[in-house]
Structures are given as structure tokens and as C-alpha cells.
Design a protein around this ligand. Structure first.
Ligand SMILES: [Zn+2]
Length: 305
């Protein structure tokens, strides 16, 4: 399997610089739907497509070429590895300011750590899929472990959202096996590769991210674009990147699923106890702490007499 080098997982680059930037990017979403209706100055959404994931059709010409639904000049924005404090809210604000829309592929662990951020993504109208539980290299795992990583990720996102997400899945680092693609197909989940990778995880300056996306988009003429809401430089780059997409007459396509994913009960149970950061092997509170004696109102009343 060819290593495509996507989704580098450098926590250091995702840390917030702090100070003014953090304040600036964590502001509330500034545009309402009323501001967006027919707004000619916003990038907006040119059309919305709905995908029937029955049988697991796969997308993104880097790996899956059967279903290319984009026309010349069209782009799908996708963001991996979130949700992450600071960076994800900044991405949401930039998208809202341009009245546009994206697909997010959150990591299950991150979703459980920051469910409130993932709920903000959903509330803003974006499409949410999943991206494994712990960003494992699925091509290196035995089949049952790899399938477990997929399913735990699906269930973790569902737990964080409080509702099932879209049956859209992105392989970490785009590393897949034919067996796993077949497994997803049996689960009626679509794999989303990309038409091109921004390589934003390697780029530490916003201007580099902008140049990477605009250059590749010019070369390909259209595309499902792989970026990371986890990455600090991407969060900083997005307002100007969206401005340049608009200035160059690219059109954004919103992607929806016809029906939500169906999670598996055993994985829902596994992740349920981890919501909010509890340890993976934590015992239920009731089995750890049990009330064996209590003072009733009558007891206290009688003690006062
Ligand atoms: Zn990733």
C-alpha cells in the first residue's frame, strides 16, 4: 500500500498561539442564514448533492475513481482530525462568514473529548462523518482490529453528537485495504478519499496552505480538497483561502447523506462510558460508590431537639 502521507499528527502545530488570536478565532459565528440568503459577496454553496451510501460507493479520485460527481470549477471542502479547541471554532467562523459548507471527518477520541465542539459543527449545518477512533494506520492492523477502529470511531462520533452522523468515512493517512473497503460496503458506509491533499499538516504558515490549495485546484480544475481543522495554520489560512476561492470563481458543493449511519450496539456501549473524558476502563459510578447509610430529615430534626 502506497503511503500517501496525509493527516500527519503533530499536536505541536495544533496548539493555539494564545492571546489575541485565540480571542479573534473563538468569536461567535457572525453571519445568520438571513445574511447568507442570496448574498452575492459570499462564497456560498452552489449546489447540494445527496449520496445514497447503500453498498458503499467510494469517492475521491486519488483512490476511488468510479463516482466523480464534480463539474469543472467545483470543490468540496473537507476537514479531518478535529474537533479541536481554537482551530475548529476558527474554521467554523471562516466558513460561516462565507456562508459555505464542508464535510468534517472527526477522530473518535477527539469527539469524546470535545463533544461541545462537534455539536457546534453540526449546528452550523456541516456534514459530519468519521475517521477512526484513534487515527490508527488501518493497513497495519489485523482485520478485526481495523474494523473495531472504524466502528468505535463511528460510535464515538454518534455519542458526542447525540445522534448518528453521515455514513461517510475517511481512512487515516488515506491508507486502506481492499478488505476494509469491502467491509465498509457491507456496512453501507462510503469511503471518502480526496482528489488532492493540501498537505497542510506539513505547512506551518497560512500563506503556504493557501498557495498549496490554490495551486492544486488550478491544476486539477476541481476537487474534493483534504484539509485539517485540527491544524493551526489551516485555521489561520481559511478566511483568505475562501476569499481567493470566491475571487477565482470556484463553486462549493455541499455533500449530504441520504440516511444516517447505523451504529453497532457493542461499540456504542464501549464508547458510552468514555464520553466527557472518563477512562476507557472506568467502572460505572454506582459500582464504585454506594450509599450505605444516610441521615434522613427526621434524623436531623430529632438531633436538634
Ligand atoms: Zn487524519
Amino acid at each position: 500500500m502506497r503511503m500517501l502521507g496525509v493527516c500527519g499528527f503533530a499536536f505541536a502545530t495544533a496548539l493555539i498561539a494564545g492571546g489575541a488570536w485565540a480571542q479573534e478565532v473563538t468569536g461567535t459565528i457572525s453571519k445568520t442564514s438571513a445574511d447568507c440568503a442570496g448574498n452575492p459577496n459570499a462564497l456560498g454553496v452552489s449546489r447540494t448533492v445527496e449520496i445514497d451510501t447503500s453498498g458503499g460507493p467510494d469517492f475521491g479520485s486519488q483512490q476511488f475513481k468510479a463516482y466523480d460527481f464534480l463539474q469543472a470549477g467545483e470543490a468540496v471542502l473537507t476537514f479531518d482530525d478535529g474537533p479541536w479547541p481554537g482551530n475548529t471554532p476558527a474554521v467554523l467562523k471562516a466558513l460561516a462568514d462565507q456562508c459555505t459548507n464542508a464535510i468534517f471527518f472527526p477522530i473518535g477520541k477527539h469527539a469524546l473529548w470535545h463533544p461541545e465542539l462537534l455539536k457546534q459543527v453540526a449546528a452550523a449545518g456541516h456534514t459530519i462523518g468519521s475517521h477512526t477512533f484513534s487515527h490508527a494506520d488501518l493497513a497495519k492492523l489485523p482485520a478485526d482490529a481495523a474494523e473495531g477502529e472504524v466502528e468505535k470511531g463511528v460510535s464515538a462520533v454518534r455519542a458526542a453528537l447525540g445522534a448518528p452522523e453521515a455514513p461517510f468515512f475517511r481512512f487515516p493517512e488515506l491508507r486502506y485495504t481492499p478488505d476494509l473497503v469491502a467491509y465498509l460496503a457491507r456496512r453501507n458506509i462510503s469511503a471518502f478519499s480526496a482528489d488532492f491533499d493540501s498537505q497542510d499538516f506539513r505547512l506551518h504558515k497560512p500563506e503556504q496552505v493557501i498557495a498549496s490549495v490554490m495551486t492544486k485546484l488550478s491544476q486539477y480544475g476541481k476537487g474534493i480538497i483534504l484539509m485539517h481543522d485540527f491544524q493551526h495554520a489551516t485555521a489561520l489560512a481559511l478566511p483568505e483561502l475562501l476569499t481567493q476561492l470566491k475571487a477565482n470563481n470556484y463553486r462549493i458543493v455541499q455533500v449530504r447523506a441520504k440516511a444516517p449511519v447505523i451504529t453497532l450496539a457493542q461499540y456504542d456501549e464501549q464508547v458510552g462510558s468514555q464520553l466527557g473524558g472518563a477512562a476507557a476502563d472506568a467502572r460505572p459510578l454506582a459500582s464504585v460508590v454506594r450509599t450505605i447509610d444516610s441521615v434522613t430529615f427526621d434524623d436531623r430534626f430529632s438531633a436538634m431537639r
